[in-house]
Design a protein around this ligand. Structure first.
Ligand SMILES: *Cc1c(COP(=O)(O)O)cnc(C)c1O
Length: 228
């Protein structure tokens, strides 16, 4: 094999390893932030379709260069002013953390005749810098979900990120908080498919997230290698 294609072989190998570590029924989102379109295309050619991006400008630049049947997940912090740029094509918005943001998604989704799937992001980590709603506020937003208010949005679940720590017990506990919250909210859900998705787990804490009941994991480094 030529040296130029070694990276593709390594990518395929890492991807196969990650796939093999997933429990049945778990959706794998390949986090492609800061990765070149060629890398995304290489994974696409192996058959992968779900990709996660964190930055709107980067996603807008890459999306037209790549196949149309990619399911783009927006997993970063979304500003209201950027909603209009991703609503025409995004598959799932993971990090929704305010009612004004929902109002903006509703407005833009209605304008382009789409229904957008979203996850509410709950703040389960100890770090101050993490985005997301405090768990008690998640319930407040769910109660605000009156019929007709966000007609073009489907609330399909919750997303969370554990603390950046080597303390695996602490991480497991945080994932447990998110799983419990999803279970509680399911009872008051505005629609039946609500809270069927639990997006938690990254390269370093996949196994703990799956133990706690994750249904969707967001994996970058373990597939693509270290980000440069
Ligand atoms: C970058 C990122 C990931 C992937 O992290 P890895 O450690 O590279 O697997 C997952 N979720 C979010 C929200 C991210 O920003």
């Amino acid at each position: 094999m030529s040296v130029g294609n070694d990276w593709k072989a390594r990518l395929a190998e890492r991807y196969a390893d990650v796939k093999a570590s997933l429990r049945p029924g778990i959706t794998l989102v390949a986090v492609s932030k800061l990765r070149a379109p060629e890398e995304i295309k290489a994974l696409y050619d192996i058959g992968h379709r779900d990709f996660g991006e964190n930055y709107v400008q980067e996603l807008r630049a890459k999306q037209p260069l790549l196949p149309n049947d990619i399911r783009w997940h927006f997993i970063g912090h979304l500003q209201r002013s950027n909603v209009k740029h991703i609503v025409p094509f995004v598959h799932l918005i993971h990090g929704v953390d305010s009612e004004p943001l929902l109002d903006e998604i509703e407005k833009r989704a209605a304008a382009c005749g789409r229904a957008i799937d979203v996850l509410l992001q709950a703040r389960i980590a100890r770090e101050e810098t993490k985005h997301g709603l405090p768990p008690t506020q998640v319930a407040v937003v769910v109660r605000a979900w009156k019929p007709g208010r966000w007609q073009h949005i489907r609330l399909v679940g919750l997303m969370g990120m554990a603390s950046l720590t080597n303390d695996r017990e602490a991480i497991a506990k945080e994932f447990g908080i998110l799983a419990d919250l999803a279970a509680q909210l399911k009872g008051h859900a505005p629609e039946p498919e609500c809270f069927s998705v639990l997006s938690m787990g990254m390269s370093g804490d996949l196994d703990l997230a799956m133990d706690a009941g994750s249904t969707m994991v967001r994996v970058g480094t373990a597939i693509f290698g270290e980000r440069g």
